[in-house]
Write a protein of this length. Structure first.
Length: 227
């Protein structure tokens, strides 16, 4: 709603890229195939920023947005935008296997390298070069990234059957799903709250300490918004 029309295509292409990357773990059968998909996107972006985009919808829209940006601001370099795009891919690939974050700081780093970086890309597409704006974008991105991880907890802990996406097995219902899931809360917060992964799989939302752990993580996201 608040992105100027001149940057809207860029915003949409950046967010569409993020969705494509986020979906890779649920679409591939093993990490090797996932790594190939991530490399596919690296190659796509390299070609797109070199003005030879492949015939892929996100790449085509992003290239169109880059051309509009350079038409409006001749001489502007998009190399920083390319670097940020690659950073998002690298961060997504690192946690493609839904491994838990070793610490709260690890989760914040992931949020910075994904959601904050998406905001840096959006600011660059405006273009808006401001240390103050970047500082705000960093904190909002971290808050958004942490919230996204918390929102995804039920589906990762109790994944639905393949090709059936629903929220019916969210954290209220114990491990009735046929597939074993992953608990991606920071390990230091889980230890601090006394949360055990096996108890989450058995008891769902009623696992001892789980609500305290989630509250601690959510509080850190809220701290970033306050900042």
């Amino acid at each position: 709603t608040f992105v100027p029309p001149s940057a809207r295509d860029a915003y949409l292409s950046i967010r569409a890229l993020n969705i494509e990357l986020a979906r890779i773990p649920e679409l591939v059968s093993n990490p090797t195939v996932g790594a190939l998909r991530m490399q596919f996107w690296r190659d796509n972006l390299t070609r797109t920023f070199a003005h030879t985009p492949p015939k892929e919808p996100v790449a085509i829209l992003l290239h169109h947005a880059l051309q509009l940006l350079q038409d409006r601001h001749p001489g502007i370099s998009t190399s920083v935008m390319k670097g940020w795009s690659m950073k998002v891919i690298n961060a997504r690939e690192q946690y493609m296997d839904n491994r838990p974050y070793t610490s709260m700081e690890g989760l914040e780093t992931y949020a910075e390298n994904t959601y904050s970086t998406l905001m840096y890309l959006t600011l660059a597409a405006l273009p808006l070069h401001s240390m103050a704006a970047d500082h705000v974008a960093s904190h909002i991105g971290k808050a958004t990234g942490i919230a996204a991880v918390l929102r995804g907890l039920p589906l990762l802990a109790f994944p639905p059957p393949p090709n059936h996406h629903n929220n019916s097995s969210a954290l209220g219902g114990g491990g009735s799903g046929p597939r074993q899931g992953s608990v991606v809360l920071p390990l230091d917060i889980m230890a601090q709250a006394g949360v055990k992964e096996e108890e989450i799989f058995r008891q769902g939302a009623e696992a001892p300490g789980l609500k305290d752990a989630i509250f601690t993580v959510a509080t850190r996201a809220n701290d970033h918004l306050i900042t």
